[in-house]
Design a protein around this ligand. Structure first.
Ligand code: PAF
Length: 274
């Protein structure tokens, strides 16, 4: 992989990169299209990274269909689909991890201990091996994107990080490989995430600027749906992820909700001036 990148870089080509865990959907394809627009050569990685899954999470049941992924990647014009194997990437004796002090101690990081350490470590390893000029990440994992931006700055990776807006199904459900695990009824219930975000947006428009009130309404609305279990709903500063009490500037409203056994996340920037 690295020789391929070195060779194209020597020829003056720029390399853009989309890391994925596979089971590609329209959201990934849209990141890839953006990536293709930005670089001369495009690489994706497909690797279900064990170090970002906690005990009892869905590592073993994470959906996978490599043949389908390769076909989709080829159709989009991906130059390389890099699929490292676990033994090569985490050989016996592997003992080095990347961590951050502040950003992981919010939102998903609070209930997924060690998750972002695993994400940062794998992304840094992929960056070192793929050696891209540009890397594209989705804004659905808003916290992940913020953490990667911080890591790239702090560790002097010479890579431009691009955030790409959330891609949604026609009815508004944020696209995710995990959506495939929802039953038809749960799929309908899953819409309560985006609906509660839209409700918060419209309450803000009607001058409800108190974050606690907006979060309370979202909790009530989501809990009124069957099979839901809220992990978190927060309104926070989009840069620091610190909680915001009164909304007087654009803020991030983010949530994670289990529908049945499937954990869904979604977010929206709420802007009092819109
Ligand atoms: O967002 C993901 O799919 C993963 O966290 C990533 C960035 C590919 C690292 O495993």
């Amino acid at each position: 992989m690295t020789s391929w990148s070195d060779c194209h870089r020597r020829d003056g080509q720029s390399i853009s990169f989309v890391p994925t865990m596979g089971f590609l959907h329209e959201g990934h394809l849209s990141l890839m299209k953006e990536s293709k627009r930005l670089g001369n050569k495009m690489v994706i990685s497909i690797f279900v990274n064990p170090t970002q899954f906690g005990v009892g999470e869905d590592f073993d049941s994470y959906p996978s269909d490599l043949d389908r992924d390769f076909k989709l990647a080829e159709d989009i014009g991906v130059d390389v689909a890099f699929t490292p194997n676990k033994a090569d990437f985490y050989p016996q004796g592997f003992d080095t991890f990347i961590d951050q002090e502040k950003l992981p101690n919010h939102l998903c990081g609070l209930s997924r201990s060690g998750h972002f350490q695993g994400v940062m470590t794998i992304v840094a390893k992929l960056f070192n091996v793929v050696n891209p000029d540009i890397a594209v990440f989705g804004e659905k994992d808003f916290q992940q994107l913020a953490i990667i931006r911080r890591m790239v700055k702090d560790l002097n990776f010479n890579i431009r990080i691009i955030g790409h807006p959330i891609v949604r199904e026609a009815d508004g459900l944020a696209m995710s490989s995990r959506n495939s695990k929802l039953t038809p009824d749960q799929r309908i219930t899953g819409l309560c995430l985006i609906t509660s975000l839209k409700k918060a947006q419209s309450s803000l428009k009607n001058n409800e600027t108190n974050a606690a009130a907006l979060m309370h309404n979202a909790v009530e609305f989501i809990c009124s749906h069957p099979e839901t279990e809220i992990d978190y709903i927060r309104i926070c500063d989009p840069d620091t992820l610190d909680d915001v009490a009164e909304i007087d500037r654009p803020v991030l409203m983010a949530m994670a909700v289990k529908v049945g056994t499937t954990r869904l996340i979604d977010n929206m920037i709420l802007n009092p001036d819109e």
